[in-house]
Design a protein around this ligand. Structure first.
Ligand code: HEC
Length: 166
């Protein structure tokens, strides 16, 4: 997240705190308000003093969002086998090397190393689901050029990001 310039499948959020707010308030995600979360945190035993320690302030919406942004950007993937190979500490097996060559020729243009995304929005040819009526980035920019384009997601921690695609 620390390296993305915009957030969300269509890139409509330019700040991490904006997509965090959207996830808190979205009725099919948390269906909450930041203010109500602040009140819940104020009623806990440990968070008021932890916020005092970190921010020298009572809990409020701004430092709640700051804390969530800091937590999110602190989760950095940089110690995979891939990273060790790049640091010449380990080597790929023959099968991994063959996969890597395949990856570089078929995937790396969009899922560009080492973040495994070039940060762009693209149409990867996924079949359109009319029920979703999801036009991708066009629904945000209004430009026909952005029709059916979605964020190129990183492939790091892929085993945790299922279900895949928008
Ligand atoms: C033309 C650019 C492009 C190329 C080339 C490409 N991808 Fe993607 N990939 C995308 C986009 C865009 C998405 C998101 C699409 C969506 O959400 O509808 C995506 C999504 C994915 C996802 C889902 C990740 C998630 O967290 O949801 C996987 C896995 C993936 N690609 C693997 C690959 C592999 C493996 C290759 C090479 C064989 C490849 N991609 C080549 C653009 C590309």
């Amino acid at each position: 997240m620390a390296w993305y310039k915009s957030f969300g499948w269509d890139g409509r959020y330019t700040k991490l705190e904006d997509i965090i707010t959207a996830q808190i308030t979205n009725p099919i995600q948390m269906g909450e308000t930041p203010e109500s979360i602040v009140n819940k945190l104020k009623a806990t035993g440990n968070y008021p003093s932890l916020f005092q320690k970190a921010y020298n302030q009572d809990i409020n919406v701004q430092n709640l969002l700051n804390a969530l942004v800091q937590f999110t950007v602190s989760m950095v993937s940089a110690s995979t086998k891939y990273d060790s190979v790049k640091q010449t500490l380990l080597s790929f097996t023959a099968a991994e090397q063959a996969g890597y060559v395949l990856f570089q020729s078929k995937c790396n243009t969009c899922h560009t190393e080492p973040l495994f995304t070039d940060g762009s929005y693209r149409n990867n040819g996924l079949a359109v689901k009319p029920a979703l009526n999801d036009l991708g980035r066009m629904s945000f920019t209004g430009s026909r050029n952005d029709s059916l384009k979605f964020r190129v997601p990183t492939l790091r921690n892929l085993y945790k990001s299922f279900p895949f695609m928008h």
